[in-house]
Design a protein around this ligand. Structure first.
Ligand SMILES: NC(=O)c1ccc[n+]([C@@H]2O[C@H](COP(=O)([O-])OP(=O)(O)OC[C@H]3O[C@@H](n4cnc5c(N)ncnc54)[C@H](O)[C@@H]3O)[C@@H](O)[C@H]2O)c1
Length: 245
């Protein structure tokens, strides 16, 4: 499905990003994996290569830093000769009540979750051929409020607005720009939740279970495939029906 294509996935060392990198590699893409956590990311790339025989290349980077982002994009071109797919997945969600939030807390979440999407998308769009694909991982937190996540909700709402505006700007080049908004997904990042909280959450989800990295990867794989060539500026919610009520 993605044979001969090169994809960059950020935040690929674990969780949803790992699931996306694995599925794209299964589809035959060369995958450049960008993550802060160099050791876990190297191991993840080796594991995916073993499972899929696709070519994976791990790059240690902080997606909120312009020089790291430029190196990440350049390494895809140097290693594989082109860049066809960008998946902006890296993100953090540190819970903190609004009244306790410091300016540093706010800036960190904005930089890692939102500024990174600007930096990566702009650097990628400069390197990409016409007809390439950009997908960002948003959240249902863009549509419903979560206590303790004002900064996070702001970044995910920001990604949705950014996605629509960039889709318009890149339409003349037929570069599709879309987002996926996951509900509650079982990942290392969300593992701080107690069994009680998981039970309560599952009750609220019509599908009666948390999502998996693969659930999100399947939506991303659709959006970066030729089957979605006429889909742009959209945010696809993948949440087992949670936000329907
Ligand atoms: N898990 C959920 O329930 C859920 C729900 C909605 C949206 N999301 C979104 O999905 C994305 C992935 O979430 P997850 O649950 O898999 O998280 P996770 O914590 O399990 O994994 C995130 C990965 O991103 C990397 N990362 C963090 N900061 C980085 C930086 N500055 N530069 C490069 N890499 C960095 C981490 O090292 C880690 O490997 C995030 O954008 C998150 O907001 C998650």
């Amino acid at each position: 499905m993605f044979k001969g294509k090169t994809a960059i996935v950020t935040g690929s060392a674990k969780g949803i990003g790992y699931g996306i990198a694995l599925l794209l590699a299964k589809g035959g893409a060369n995958v450049v994996m960008g993550d802060f956590d160099a050791v876990t990311n190297e191991n993840a790339a080796k594991e995916i290569e073993k499972q899929t025989k696709a070519k994976c290349f791990a790059v240690a980077c902080d997606v909120s830093k312009k020089s790291d982002v430029n190196d990440l994009i350049r390494s895809a071109i140097d290693k594989f000769g082109s860049l066809d797919i960008l998946v902006n997945n890296a993100g953090i969600y540190p819970f903190k009540p609004f009244m306790d939030l410091t300016e540093e807390d706010w800036d960190k979440v904005i930089d890692i979750n939102l500024k990174s999407v600007f930096l990566c998308s702009q650097a990628a769009a400069k390197a990409m051929k016409d007809g390439s694909k950009i997908v960002s991982i948003s959240s249902i937190a863009a549509f419903v409020g979560f206590e303790g996540l004002t900064h996070y909700c702001a970044t995910k709402g920001g990604i949705n607005g950014f996605t629509r505006a960039l889709a318009l700007e890149l339409a003349p080049r037929k570069i599709n720009v879309n987002a996926v908004a996951p509900g509650s997904i079982d990942t290392p990042g969300s593992s701080g939740v107690s069994d009680e909280q998981v039970k309560a959450m599952n009750q609220a989800i019509p599908w009666k279970r948390m999502g998996t990295g693969e659930d999100i990867a399947n939506a991303v794989a659709y959006l970066v495939s030729s089957g979605a060539d006429y889909v742009t500026g959209q945010v696809i919610v993948v949440d087992g029906g949670w936000t329907l009520r």
